[in-house]
Ligand binder design. Structure first.
Ligand code: HEM
Length: 225
């Protein structure tokens, strides 16, 4: 991550502003976050409703609600995952928009994915089933880290946690990516080729981040004195 692009740099830039400007930009940021989260909650609720109305038996209704809420939150996860890499490789209006609103987008994803949690818990209760241990560890761990990321998505936590903030958010975002990629890989190679575009989207997003990291890696012998 470039220094100017890092959460620490953005947080200290805000502190350097005069108090009145700081209050204005803080309340703008809060209303952006609120707007994004409200839109995500509405979208996820509609996805759940669509899934629920597509099934016939109660357990199938909730299974489909879980399916469509996960799909909806994946559509928010992707821009969060690639924003910074995209902006480094090919900066433009859209990539700058995403980078500037990355915190609001991340919290919107957390909101939408919480609706997936509600749907999947309801599915398990209605169907009388219990997820296997691997799902509980992989998926449950992903939720724990997602909530930790959401709770620390503020300037005070960025300053307090320092480098650990970056470690937590990096681990979390790759963990979430892994669960999405694994879910779609399993479905694609398990006889459901219709999921291939979603798996390909997850792989392409990872490739973008790898390309951006390689481009900005300092090369040995190229440093200026
Ligand atoms: C303990 C935690 C979790 C459980 C028990 C769980 C359960 C479920 C269930 C019941 C479905 C519907 C299955 C179907 O379509 O037949 C589903 C779909 C899915 N879940 Fe979760 N989930 C968990 C956590 C997560 C997490 C953390 C992620 C992503 C980071 C995720 C991503 C997905 C994806 C990608 C789908 C497939 C959606 C589609 O069909 O497009 N899940 N999950």
């Amino acid at each position: 991550m470039k220094v100017a692009d890092s959460p620490q740099a953005r947080s200290s830039t805000r502190l350097a502003q005069p108090p009145a400007t700081r209050t204005n930009s803080a309340s703008r940021a809060v209303s952006t976050i609120f707007g994004f989260c409200a839109a995500a909650a509405l979208g996820a609720a509609l996805a759940a409703l669509y899934g629920h109305s597509s099934g016939s038996a109660p357990d199938e209704r909730w299974q489909l609600a879980a399916r469509y809420t996960a799909r909806f939150s994946f559509s928010i996860f992707l821009p969060v995952f690639v924003a910074s890499a995209w902006n480094r490789l090919a900066p433009g209006r859209v990539s700058r928009f995403l980078v500037r609103r990355r915190r609001a987008l991340g919290l919107a994803f957390a909101t939408a994915h919480t609706v997936h949690l509600v749907a999947l818990v309801t599915y398990n209760v209605v169907a009388g089933t219990r997820p296997d241990v691997a799902t509980l560890v992989g998926g449950g761990g992903a939720y724990l880290i997602l909530f930790a990321m959401a709770a620390t998505s503020n300037d005070a936590s960025v300053r307090r946690l320092g480098r650990n903030w970056l470690r937590l958010h990096k681990l979390g975002v790759y963990w979430l990516w892994f669960v999405f990629a694994l879910s779609y890989a399993g479905r694609t190679f398990g006889g459901n080729p219709g999921f291939a575009p979603l798996f390909a989207a997850a792989l392409a997003a990872l490739a973008l981040r790898v390309a951006a990291a390689r481009k900005h890696r300092p090369r040995p012998g190229r440093s200026t004195p």
